[in-house]
Write a protein that binds this ligand. Structure first.
Ligand code: IPE
Ligand code: IPE
Ligand code: MG
Length: 240
């Protein structure tokens, strides 16, 4: 689908998003923080439709970080149940849209078994889809991902002087995933918070003050317009 003001030949193949600001959205309305997370579901579904409209092949969303365990137990418990029920509620609809659901993050003992089961079922259900790969970063940390890659390299007994960037890239959680050209963060926070530390080395960062529950595909399109106005040099010089 052509989107006004967006060059269809320069659509980012992979868009990453930090879905931030749910708590503040709720607090501003006198609601509980958890109601902000619930309201974020609509934003996620609209962002997915936006990525489909654009024709991007990869959308990666930050749903729970390795640092989010520091939150109050009630909120953590809510987020576990919420993500589990979201998968159950939405997976058929996503499957029908050709979305392949995948996960990156640590499957450690803190993640409830029931959620892990829903994750595995959703991956299995949608594994043949190729229109859009929706990667959910859950119990994900960029540093943990690098630690896990290093552990793997050591386990394989690879000699130090044979290690290069490819050795590491191949041992990340999703080695087939291209690096995101565009990374969007909502809620006016200007940081990565341990998201895609390796993969986002050369991503264009776009920050918006919109709180995640208010985010809609039009905001995603705005971010792509901003991305297309950027000069990506990768350490080199511009073309002209
Ligand atoms: C993002 O919203 C969702 C998660 C981190 C799970 P927040 O819960 O961080 O919302 P704010 O940043 O406190 O407003
Ligand atoms: C990053 O947001 C994690 C997710 C959106 C899941 P946070 O709200 O946890 O990040 P900080 O604490 O503001 O850095
Ligand atoms: Mg936050």
């Amino acid at each position: 689908m052509d989107v006004p003001g967006i060059d269809p030949t320069r659509i980012p193949v992979h868009i990453a998003a930090v879905m931030d600001g749910n708590g503040r959205w709720a607090q501003r309305r006198g609601l509980k923080r958890t109601e902000g997370h619930a309201a974020g579901e609509e934003a996620l579904m609209d962002a997915i439709d936006g990525a489909l409209d654009l024709g991007s092949s990869w959308l990666t969303v930050y749903a729970f970080s390795t640092e989010n365990w520091r939150r109050p137990v009630d909120e953590v418990r809510y987020l576990m149940g919420f993500n589990e029920s979201l998968l159950v509620r939405r997976r058929d609809e996503l499957n029908a849209k050709g979305v392949r659901i995948r996960f990156i993050g640590r499957r450690d003992w803190r993640v409830p078994k029931r959620l892990l089961r829903r994750i595995d079922e959703s991956i299995e259900l949608t594994k043949k889809n190729r229109t859009l790969t929706l990667t959910i970063a859950f119990n994900y940390g960029g540093r943990a991902e690098l630690v896990d890659a290093v552990r793997q390299i050591v386990r394989e007994g690879i000699a130090a002087d044979r290690i290069d960037e490819k050795t590491i890239a191949k041992r990340l959680y999703a080695p087939d995933m291209p690096d995101p050209e565009l990374l969007v963060r909502t809620s006016g926070e200007y940081r990565l918070s341990n998201y895609l530390m390796w993969e986002a080395a050369y991503s264009e960062l776009v920050f918006t003050d919109v709180l995640w529950p208010d985010f809609r595909r039009e905001h995603l399109f705005d971010a792509v317009r901003e991305y297309q106005a950027r000069d990506r040099r990768f350490g080199g010089l511009s073309d002209e």
